[in-house]
Design a protein around this ligand. Structure first.
Ligand code: FAD
Length: 312
């Protein structure tokens, strides 16, 4: 499918990226690897007047260890992150999530920032305009009703494999925009509303993803139809230091969420897994039934916590 017409601009630094963005009066999109954005443009889900390519912006590259934190540039490619020394040993949940994200060809193109800012997905929405025309516009298209469940809320699915892994590692993100710089816990990036899933201001650029530099034990497991090149229909991560940890769940609703776990008893594990399952909001907008995905939250969460906390 052919792309529509738009201007293509390469920014050399952040300043130039903001200037270019201002020039196109908020009708521009930032481009990283393009593996999420370009298919959306081809399906005519968005029609920007310009793409501002961030690949040449040096400030967004590289991985640093500084003052007890690992700071990962948002333009770092998933493949490069996966192969970075010590990622596997110190952050196993992240490494395992990287390993099962799509396929290595896409990992060599897709970036960490782009992964976190990928749009939510829905079986009824991620289709060609021709196919979408079969029904009225849904909430995400500017209509007044969800085509999946018929209600007034959008539960399109946030399918990032990186988000649960980074939430389990107490990840933060740094955002820089025309109004200045801010650093927020990753979970605050999400609105919980599939129509507009991110709390990111017009023109803001994600610059870094920051995690505490400590040795963790952890695991990640995803539910998908195929074993590669497939989005998660549920992604569960667990990371721990000593007897305390964080369980995080993604791809069962418009935002990922987490629970702090401070005991390793069987009772605590079962209770946390039960809460996580109750909290998840899968609906009939993917190829797997919502009830099955909801039940699998508990199954996988218990499996991961037992493995990491009890060494099973
Ligand atoms: C076939 C296929 C399979 C896939 N499978 C998976 C999977 O299994 N798991 C998974 O998690 N994902 C999957 N993806 C989604 C996607 O490819 C990856 O998430 C990838 O990491 C996105 O990164 P990108 O750099 O290509 O993002 P882009 O497409 O360049 O950008 C994504 C969005 O983020 C914005 N953006 C990007 N960087 C910044 C920044 N620094 N600041 C502000 N805004 C920014 C863009 O404007 C755009 O809206 C899949 C995609 C495809 C096509």
């Amino acid at each position: 499918m052919r792309l529509t017409e738009f201007a293509y601009k390469r920014a050399r630094d952040l300043e130039e990226a903001f200037t270019l963005y201002g020039h196109f009066e908020e009708k521009a999109f930032f481009l990283a690897g393009g593996t999420d954005l370009v298919p959306r443009l081809k399906l005519r889900m968005q029609k920007p007047t310009a793409l501002i390519d961030l690949k040449g912006v040096k400030e967004l590259q590289g991985i640093k260890r500084e003052e007890g934190f690992v700071r990962i540039g948002s333009l770092v490619k998933l493949y490069d992150l996966k192969r970075t020394q010590d990622i596997r040993a110190s952050f196993p949940a992240l490494w395992l999530a990287l390993e099962v994200t799509s396929c290595e060809t896409l990992q060599m193109r897709g970036t960490l920032g782009g992964n976190l800012l990928q749009e939510t997905r829905c079986l009824f929405y991620n289709q060609s305009r021709f196919w979408r025309n079969a029904a009225d516009d849904c909430l995400k298209m500017g209509g007044d009703k969800c085509n999946a469940i018929g209600g007034q809320a959008c539960f399109s699915n946030y399918c990032s494999d990186m988000a649960p892994a980074l939430l389990s590692l107490e990840g933060q993100v740094s955002l820089v925009g025309p109004q200045g710089e801010r650093q927020i816990p990753l979970h605050e990036l999400y609105t919980g509303n599939g129509e507009r899933p991110f709390r990111i201001l017009p023109g803001e650029i994600m610059t870094e993803i920051i995690i505490p530099d400590q040795r963790t034990r952890g695991a990640y497991e995803k539910l998908s139809l195929r074993r590669s090149i497939d989005y998660p229909l549920l992604g569960v991560a667990f990371s721990a230091v000593g007897k305390t940890g964080r369980l995080s769940v993604g791809a069962v609703g418009p935002r990922p969420f987490f629970y702090a776990v401070d005991r390793s008893s069987e009772e605590a594990i079962e209770q946390t897994a039960e809460h996580a399952s109750e909290h998840s909001t899968p609906v009939t907008n993917t190829v797997l039934p919502p009830l099955y995905r909801k039940r699998m939250v508990k199954v996988i969460a218990m499996r991961l916590m037992r493995k990491v906390l009890q060494g099973e």
